[in-house]
Design a protein around this ligand. Structure first.
Ligand code: C2E
Ligand code: MG
Ligand code: MG
Ligand code: MG
Length: 287
């Protein structure tokens, strides 16, 4: 009933509305069982420093592979989890994976980041829970970063600011994710304790051909420098894009050109490689 088109994405065909609702219902039920049935995995995507020519960090990304439905992309199951409230368990699972992974990588000077949904961030016990797990693992300063999106900030800037300041005091870094796609943003930059801005992939997509995108990236880099923040370019897929981005002054890169998200067993072999291989992909994501 579902047909795979390309990597990880599905379209429905020949199904009436009723069937789709039924599918949605079964999907939601399956998602709630995904952690206990070991279907919800964490992959890690490298963040690469073009100056030192080293991998300096990883972003944890959730993956859901279900026997009946196949590979479901986060763009589908994260909103579902947010709607049903399952995001709380999902988020804690991903946090645990992140801390365990960072602990296993200790001493390599890496920063492992993970995404927090607005809903989680606003939950009363979230910060306390995060800090207690962080301490449980005994992680060193700057080994963990939390990625937040602009949309999570719109609701209550004051509340979020004080929460993030608590995290910062613990040595946890704050990344502003998907920068430029929300309702900008300059207020957030001056108010929040942000360590790094992640430039959204949509700006990188056309950076080679469009001057506007180039100018926007230049502006973000300049602004970040003034504010003492790092910049990470997200979604760099080609060597041309990499060149444009580094020429604009951004040397931290995350994208398929460096590597797709990989599973934990693929990480050490990758770190063992001394330099980025030209021609793109280090390792491919296994579905
Ligand atoms: P994000 O946090 O902006 O993550 C980056 C997304 O871009 C990831 O997609 C990653 O696989 C993809 N990506 C990275 N480099 C490239 C590239 O060169 N080309 C292309 N085409 N894509 C690239 P993914 O894993 O599908 O995640 C999508 C979104 O789902 C994430 O966007 C994040 O907002 C959300 N998400 C994923 N895992 C979690 C999680 O554990 N918790 C929460 N709350 N959200 C998550
Ligand atoms: Mg992210
Ligand atoms: Mg992002
Ligand atoms: Mg994104």
């Amino acid at each position: 009933e579902a047909k795979q088109t390309h990597r990880g994405s599905y379209v429905l065909f020949n199904e009436d509305h009723g069937n789709q609702i039924d599918r949605q219902f079964r999907l939601e039920r399956a998602l709630k069982l995904s952690i206990e049935s070991d279907e919800l995995l964490c992959y890690f995507q490298p963040q690469y420093d073009c100056n030192s020519e080293r991998i300096v960090g990883f972003e944890t990304l959730a993956r859901w592979k279900n026997a009946e439905f196949g590979m479901i992309p986060p763009s589908q199951f994260i909103p579902m989890a947010e709607k049903s409230g399952f995001i709380k368990e999902l988020g804690r699972h991903v946090m645990e994976c992140t801390f365990a992974f960072a602990k296993s990588m200790e001493g390599r000077g890496l920063t492992v980041s993970f995404n927090a949904s607005p809903m989680e961030l606003l939950e009363v016990n979230y910060i306390d829970y995060l800090i207690s797990r962080y301490r449980f693992y005994g992680l060193s300063p700057n080994s963990i970063a939390i990625e937040i999106t602009e949309s999570s900030l719109m609701e209550s800037l004051e509340k979020i600011t004080s929460k993030l300041q608590i995290l910062k005091k613990q040595g946890i870094q704050i990344y502003l994710d998907d920068f430029g796609t929300g309702f900008s943003s300059l207020t957030y930059l001056k108010t929040l304790p942000i360590d790094a801005i992640k430039i959204d992939k949509s700006f990188i997509d056309e950076i080679v051909t469009k001057d506007v995108e180039k100018d926007i990236v230049l502006m973000i880099v300049g602004l970040a420098r003034r504010l003492n923040m790092e910049v990470i370019a997200e979604g760099v897929e080609t060597e041309e894009q990499l060149n444009c981005v580094t020429r604009a002054g951004c040397h931290l890169i995350q994208g398929y050109f460096i590597s797709r998200p990989i599973c934990q067993s693929e990480v050490l072999p990758l770190l063992g490689q001394p330099k980025k291989q030209t021609g793109g992909v280090f390792a491919s994501e296994t579905d």
